[in-house]
Design a protein around this ligand. Structure first.
Ligand code: DGL
Length: 272
């Protein structure tokens, strides 16, 4: 197998990014690691998120990946710069691509961002958006109930709609935004429910397409796109239980996936 693209997430959410990578780069092999055992990362401290993300990165470096995609907004918010400086391969996150995609579509320059407590607290989206356009107005909202709901496989229906409706009320009430960034890789899995609740006047953005484009551009730049003739082989690892993980993955890919495995990853010792 040629060197693969490595993708990490705190659980199943990053599979939406993996799916888009498979679509845009059909010859490339992927190795995915979801830290389902320790999901969610959203409510954790910056120190913990850094440590866990480093452990995932080390696991995939051991599999000789050629690029690392941090397909988790919380991990991107807290670790992107550090990992970009420290790892010997290119590292990309999902926040800058998401911000770019939103700026492309907003017409009234008023953008909503929803994410985990960690991502919203870090203000990483605000910084990314304002770096591109200093006149953008931003409404941010943490949605702590969405990730547990997705991890349990509750993606649509009455229960999901009620939770989404109640959570998004503060943004809905203001009625200003015309674009909403799904600043958490789990949220694309409930995109339809979110769109239904927020209304068709708001464009809902997930960063996976723009992220996959960025991966493609970087691999091309470094002349690292796979040019052989072998079919790609994808490997999916979870630190947690296989059942729900595999079920959600198969739902996203709507095809059978080559290889699933539940793994234990080595603890990293990081400087304080
Ligand atoms: N993957 C995380 C993110 O995109 C959400 C899940 C979690 O809280 O761990 O922020």
């Amino acid at each position: 197998m040629s060197q693969a693209i490595g993708v990490i997430d705190s659980g199943v959410g990053g599979l939406t990014v993996a799916h888009e990578l498979m679509r845009q780069l059909p010859k490339e092999s992927l190795i995915y690691l979801g830290d389902t055992l320790r999901c969610p990362y959203g409510p954790r401290s910056e120190k913990e998120v850094k440590k866990f993300t480093r452990e995932m990165a080390d696991f995939l470096l051991g599999k000789h990946i050629k690029i690392l995609v941090i397909a988790c907004n919380t991990a991107t918010a807290f670790t992107l710069n550090e990992l970009q400086n420290e790892l010997p391969i290119p590292v990309i996150g999902v926040i800058n691509p998401g911000a770019r995609a939103a700026i492309k579509v907003t017409e009234n320059s008023h953008i909503g961002v929803i994410g985990t407590e960690g991502t919203i607290r870090s203000k990483a989206y605000e910084k990314a958006l304002l770096r591109i356009d200093a006149n953008i107005r931003i409404n941010s909202l943490a949605c702590p109930l969405f990730v547990p709901m997705v991890e349990q496989g509750v993606l649509s229906g009455k229960e999901a709609e009620e939770i989404v409706d109640e959570t998004l009320l503060p943004i809905k009430k203001q009625n200003h935004i015309d674009t909403l960034i799904l600043g958490c890789t789990h949220y694309p899995l409930i995109k339809e429910t979110i769109q239904k609740v927020i209304g068709s006047q708001v464009t809902v953005i997930s960063s996976s397409e723009e992220t996959a484009r960025e991966v493609s551009t970087i691999l091309e730049f470094y002349n690292q796109l796979y040019k052989g003739t072998e079919s790609p082989a994808h490997h999916f690892y979870t630190t947690g239980e296989m059942g729900v993980f595999a079920k959600i993955a198969e739902g996203i890919f709507s095809e059978s996936v080559d290889y699933f495995q539940s793994v234990t990853i080595k603890k990293a010792v990081l400087p304080n």
